[in-house]
Design a protein around this ligand. Structure first.
Ligand code: SF4
Ligand code: SF4
Length: 86
């Protein structure tokens, strides 16, 4: 699976609407594990909800193809970028 993440960091800067990550929220929506250069400092052990491949294998593979799943994720990224563009 190749998910074209450009490491913009927008998703990790707006985790306040993701219940699974509420313990990671600095209080302003930014994840405590996001570094200054938009990388995850626990990348190898990040929660499942942050891992596109794991989420597909555990949950979404029963409902859609890998291509459909990647397209849906890209659409989600684009929606976030539009919502939070500066
Ligand atoms: S919003 Fe999408 S492209 Fe940007 S860092 Fe998150 S997953 Fe990657
Ligand atoms: S744990 Fe890592 S991938 Fe998940 S929101 Fe925080 S910085 Fe992003």
């Amino acid at each position: 699976m190749i998910f074209p993440c450009d490491k913009c960091g927008i998703c990790c800067n707006h985790i306040n609407e993701i219940p699974e990550l509420h313990l990671y929220d600095l209080g302003n929506g930014r994840c405590i594990h996001l570094t200054d250069n938009n990388l995850c400092d626990i990348y190898e052990t990040r929660p499942d909800i942050c891992n596109v491949e794991v989420m597909y294998m555990k949950k979404f593979c029963f409902d859609m193809s890998e291509d459909e799943y990647i397209k849906a994720n890209v659409a989600g990224c684009n929606a976030l970028k539009q919502k939070y563009k500066e």
